[in-house]
Design a protein around this ligand. Structure first.
Ligand SMILES: C[S@@+](CC[C@H](N)C(=O)[O-])C[C@H]1O[C@@H](n2cnc3c(N)ncnc32)[C@H](O)[C@@H]1O
Length: 318
């Protein structure tokens, strides 16, 4: 399938290109959101092979260069760390790290697109996820009398620290930051120091091949399961559960199929994710052994605007 064979989409893209070149801030915002909605519908109207051919063709459409004036889209057209969803991109979404500096050198068009994206439910959900995790850490800290061991799996830049009282008051025994990317770990170390903070430069595959015997009171993974197929996600869930101390808690987040930004993310940002709903998350825990005290799957919002689903499992006290 080529763009020519879907004239409505071709017209939409040509019109959108004009609006981005000439449009006011409000028009740019409207255009970006129209692309978001239309490409979500289109992704569900054509088959996977056609969608892939289309997204390949889009790489050469004039709209691509215009969209790249926005920092997140520019970043996604390069994925400079060699993999999708790196911590630098997450910083652009959270508005942390180098975002301010980057925006200072961004065109008006780029800023308008950036601000439109910042208002997307996905982006707001990602920021909420930092808070959800920080609150869960704080809650668990109280239960463990502030002496807990925490493991962040695929930690990125560990931005949730800024929202956690446990971190701010240093009321924990150890916080282990694990990620495959040494550059992200180095940045955390430079910003946060090494007091009770430990770094594991490790991939999920290596964690599964060489299981750790160390035990934790709280283990969490945000922005990781969205990249893991069902087999690996299940294995990892079992592995992480086995690393919980009695009474310990595991919390895992995943974006949901209600993410209407997915068409835009794939078509213009080369950012496909694996989306999961309550049932999918429940299935990931189906392989867990006996010893579960509490099991919960829940959405970040109690309506169709949800973007994230959480799996939370607490291990029985001994
Ligand atoms: C979308 S970011 C999320 C970072 C952070 N948890 C957050 O919520 O902002 C994904 C992170 O997962 C890490 N990652 C991806 N695949 C991984 C793997 N197979 N093993 C270890 N880390 C991985 C990346 O390096 C990146 O830092």
């Amino acid at each position: 399938m080529t763009l020519k064979s879907i004239p409505a989409t071709q017209r939409l893209l040509n019109q959108a290109t004009l609006e981005l070149v000439n449009g006011s801030r409000a028009k740019v915002s409207k255009t970006i959101n129209q692309l978001r909605e239309e490409f979500f519908l289109l992704k569900h109207q054509i088959d996977k092979r056609q969608w892939q051919a289309l997204t390949q063709e889009l790489l050469h459409h004039p709209i691509t260069d215009l969209l790249a004036e926005a920092p997140q889209i520019e970043h996604s057209q390069k994925w400079p760390r060699g993999y999708r969803g790196d911590a630098q991109m997450m910083d652009l979404i959270y508005g942390t790290g180098q975002t301010g500096k980057k925006l200072a050198h961004t065109s008006n068009l780029g800023r308008s697109i950036h601000e439109t994206q910042a208002d997307w439910p996905t982006h707001r959900a990602a920021i909420r996820r930092l808070r959800t995790i920080a609150h869960a850490v704080d809650e668990q800290a109280e239960k463990t009398n502030y002496a807990m061991a925490i493991l962040s799996v695929a930690c990125g830049h560990l931005r949730e620290l800024s929202f956690s009282h446990t971190w701010q008051n240093q009321q924990f025994a150890r916080w282990v930051a694990m990620d495959q990317d040494s550059r992200s770990l180095k940045l955390i170390q430079e910003h946060r120091g090494t007091n009770r903070l430990e770094f594991w430069e490790k991939s999920i595959v290596s964690l599964l091949r060489h299981p750790q015997t160390q035990q934790f009171d709280f283990i969490y993974a945000a922005g990781l399961y969205d990249y893991l197929n069902k087999r690996i996600a299940r294995q990892l869930t079992a592995q992480l559960f086995s690393m919980l101390r009695p009474g310990g808690r595991l919390l895992v987040a995943n974006f949901t199929p209600n993410t209407t930004e997915m068409g835009f993310l794939e078509a213009f940002m080369d950012w496909p994710l694996i989306y999961r709903d309550l049932g999918d998350m429940t299935e990931l825990a189906a392989v867990l052994p006996q010893g579960i005290a509490q099991f919960r799957v829940f959405y970040d919002l109690p309506n169709e605007n949800n973007r994230l689903v959480y799996l939370e499992v607490t291990r029985k006290n001994a």
